[in-house]
Design a protein around this ligand. Structure first.
Ligand SMILES: [Fe+2]
Ligand SMILES: [Fe+2]
Length: 250
C-alpha cells in the first residue's frame, strides 16, 4: 500500500523557516498530484513503482548541479562544497535506480512515464533553483520524505521475503565503494536484499536531513542525529510534524 502519512503530515504544517507560504502550498500541491498519480498506476507493483520513484527523485540533484556548474563557470566559486554534495546524492540515487533495474526494473510504458516526469521536473527545478533555491530544496525535501516512508513501509511488509533474497551485485559494489563514502554515512552490512533496502531507505533519510537544513538554514551540513531526535521515529513512521520543530530549534 502506498504510504501517504509523512508527506501529508509535512503538508499539514506551517511553512518551514525560510519558506514563503505560497511556495510551500505549490510544492505540496505538485507532490500530491504526482504521488496520487503514481499511487494509482502502481498499486501493488513495488519494483516498477520504485523504478519510477528513483528515476524522478534523482533529477533535482542534476538540476542543482547544472545551475551550480553554470554559476561556477560564470565566476561564482564559493559553492563547490554544495556542488560536490549534490553530485554525491545524484550518484547515490543513480545506484538506487540501478538496484531497481537489477531487480526487474520496469516495462517500456513505465520507462516512458518515468522519463517524461523526469524531464518536466528537471526543467522546473532548474528554473525554481535559479530564482529561489530554498523553494527548490523544499520540493526535494517532500520527495525524499516520501521516498523514506515508501521504503520503510516496504521493509515492514516484505521483511521475510527480503531476508531470503540475495544481494544484487550492483549493491555489493556500490556500498563498498569510495563513491558511497562520499555520503559520509556508514552502510549496513549486506547479508540479504533486506539490508540493501535498509541502506536505500537510510540514504533517503540522509538526503531528507540535508535538505531540511538547506531549506531552513541555507546550510549544507545536516544536523547531527543526536541533536534532532530523529531516531525516536525510525522504527515507526517518520513523523515530520514531530521532528521539524526540533530541527527548527524551537
Ligand atoms: Fe533513492
Ligand atoms: Fe533520495
Amino acid at each position: 500500500m502506498w504510504v501517504v502519512l509523512p508527506v501529508t503530515a509535512a503538508m499539514a504544517l506551517a511553512p518551514p523557516r525560510g519558506l514563503d507560504a505560497g511556495v510551500f502550498e505549490a510544492n505540496c500541491g505538485i507532490i500530491n498530484v504526482v504521488k496520487r498519480g503514481i499511487d494509482t498506476l502502481y498499486n501493488g507493483q513495488d519494483i516498477p513503482r520504485f523504478y519510477v520513484l528513483e528515476t524522478v527523485a534523482r533529477v533535482p540533484y542534476f538540476a542543482y548541479c547544472s545551475v551550480l556548474h553554470l554559476r561556477e563557470t560564470l565566476g561564482q566559486r564559493d559553492e563547490v562544497d554544495r556542488l560536490r554534495q549534490h553530485y554525491a546524492e545524484a550518484d547515490n540515487e543513480l545506484h538506487h535506480l540501478l538496484i531497481m533495474e537489477s531487480l526487474g526494473g520496469a516495462t517500456r510504458t513505465d520507462e516512458i512515464i518515468a522519463k517524461t516526469l523526469a524531464c518536466a521536473l528537471y526543467w522546473y527545478t532548474v528554473v525554481v533553483f535559479l530564482c529561489a533555491p530554498r523553494a527548490a530544496y523544499h520540493l526535494s525535501e517532500l520527495i525524499e520524505a516520501h521516498a523514506y516512508e515508501t521504503y520503510d513501509d516496504f521493509l515492514r511488509r516484505e521483511a521475510e521475503t527480503l531476508k531470503r533474497s540475495p544481494v544484487p551485485e550492483i549493491a555489493k559494489r556500490y556500498y563498498s565503494s569510495p563513491y558511497f563514502r562520499l555520503l559520509n554515512r556508514p552502510p549496513h552490512d549486506l547479508h540479504s536484499l533486506y539490508d540493501v533496502f535498509l541502506n536505500v531507505r537510510d540514504d533517503e533519510k540522509a538526503h531528507w536531513r540535508t535538505l531540511c537544513s538547506l531549506v531552513q538554514y541555507d546550510q549544507l551540513e545536516p544536523l547531527e542525529e543526536e541533536d534532532d531526535d530523529l531516531d525516536l521515529d525510525l522504527d515507526l513512521d517518520l513523523d515530520l510534524a514531530a521532528t521539524r520543530p526540533i530541527i527548527n530549534g524551537s
